[in-house]
Design a protein around this ligand. Structure first.
Ligand code: ATP
Length: 377
């Protein structure tokens, strides 16, 4: 297993800073996803690790080998980096069978015939394509072809596996099955995986770690659920999660001995520490995910009456858009709220779920943060 270290990595295309000053340590054996909107620099980063793109600046280490250093003028070619690569568009050899396609790299590497046979069969077994070894690519479904493309790479037993949106051509159901399979494969192989996607659900479901990028810069690097529960800034909070997080602009006030978050349509008492005195009177943004509310069909103490704008059943949960004065909020419940548009629901914010961001859009209070929060009942 190899860790991958990127130090002050940059790639500029003329005036476009595709990747800017990226420093990241990808732990050995992790499944790390590079996630972000289109054009944020994910693919460029992966291509630099692969050796398919020459960085403008910085260093890249794979294990204890420096494969790129601008300062030292070092560049190890792609073929000598010991990597496996799977891209979105996978070209299988149409005139070779599945077996021959998977065996191709091993034959080039002059691996003995018996060993080739054994490794192809083992890999095909893991990817559940053992039955298909005699077929040609045009006799396979898209998902089966994609598995062959992955098998072709895995059979080489790379220490590091780089995948660029390998599932994006598949339909939703197959994509979910393949995610489960990739996750299982990763735990069996123990390779270091770097995976590029713009699909946040894919990132959360697959990864041990997520690196969120925006316009060439790293926004957050965390274990995957941490980016959901403790987004480092407003960008990350807004990018991760479906439906999108509710972002409410307001101010912190101090009334007698208590803190209050006040926004048009919403006033929330807070149990936070004196450290936050510096923020009194300053604008803050409150982030609330749909599931951060408790809904009640009857009035209850501490609940606010909200007008129901729309109810969106989604099978295992219901999304309910409500209006509180000027505020439109997306909420959710796991039971049928039995209410229609125009009706009333009573809502309460789960205090421990509130995420506050300061004027610089940085997180100041979030789940599990030790800063600024006293025990919340
Ligand atoms: P997507 O999800 O759309 O693939 P991405 O996050 O992978 O996007 P990159 O492909 O890394 O983004 O591109 C980052 C930026 O660099 C974009 O603005 C892109 O237009 C630019 N870029 C990438 N490759 C080149 C190139 N060869 N020449 C010029 N600009 C490029």
């Amino acid at each position: 297993m190899s860790k991958i270290v990127l130090k002050n990595l940059a790639k500029h295309f003329g005036a476009v800073k595709a990747v800017d000053n990226l420093t990241l340590e990808i732990p050995a054996g992790s499944f790390t996803t590079l996630l972000g909107p289109s054009g944020c620099g994910k693919t460029t980063t992966l291509r630099m690790i692969a050796g398919l793109e020459t960085p403008t600046d910085g260093e890249i280490w794979i294990g204890d080998q420096c494969v790129f250093s601008r300062r030292e003028g070092r560049f190890v070619p792609a073929g000598d980096r010991g990597l496996g690569l799977v891209f979105q568009s996978y070209a299988l050899w149409p005139h070779l069978t599945v077996f021959e396609n998977i065996a191709f790299g091993l034959k080039i590497a002059k691996v003995k015939k018996a060993e080739v046979q054994k490794r192809v069969e083992e890999t095909a077994e893991v990817l559940q394509i053992g039955e298909l070894l005699k077929r040609y690519p045009n006799e396979l479904s898209g998902g089966q072809q994609q598995r062959v493309a992955i098998a072709r790479v895995l059979v080489m037993r790379p220490q590091v596996l780089l995948l660029d949106e390998p599932l994006s051509n598949l339909d939703a159901k197959l994509r979910m099955d393949m995610r489960a399979e990739l996750k299982r494969l990763h735990s069996e192989m123990g390779s270091t995986v770097v995976y590029v996607t713009h699909d946040q659900l894919e990132a959360l479901t697959l990864s041990t770690h997520v690196a969120i990028m925006d316009r060439g810069t790293l926004q957050q690097w965390s274990p995957s659920m941490v980016v959901y529960n403790q987004p480092a800034n407003v960008f990350t909070a807004d990018f991760i999660g479906n439906p999108r997080i509710n972002l409410v602009q307001g101010v912190f006030k101090k009334e007698q001995e208590r803190f209050v978050f006040a926004a048009p349509g919403l006033e929330l008492p807070l149990d936070v520490s004196e450290d936050l005195v510096r923020l009194v009177g300053r604008p803050v943004t409150l982030g609330l995910r749909a599931e951060d509310f408790t809904l009640s069909t009857t009035p209850a103490e501490g609940f606010l009456a909200a007008e129901v704008e729309s109810v969106l059943p989604a099978g295992s949960e219901w999304f309910v858009r409500v209006r509180l004065g000027e505020l439109a909020l997306m909420t959710s419940t796991t039971y049928d709220p039995q209410v229609d548009s125009g009706g009333t629901l009573w809502i309460q914010v789960k205090p421990e779920k509130m995420k506050f961001f300061d004027e610089d859009e940085k997180l100041i209070i979030g789940i599990g943060s030790t800063y600024g929060r006293k025990e919340v009942a």
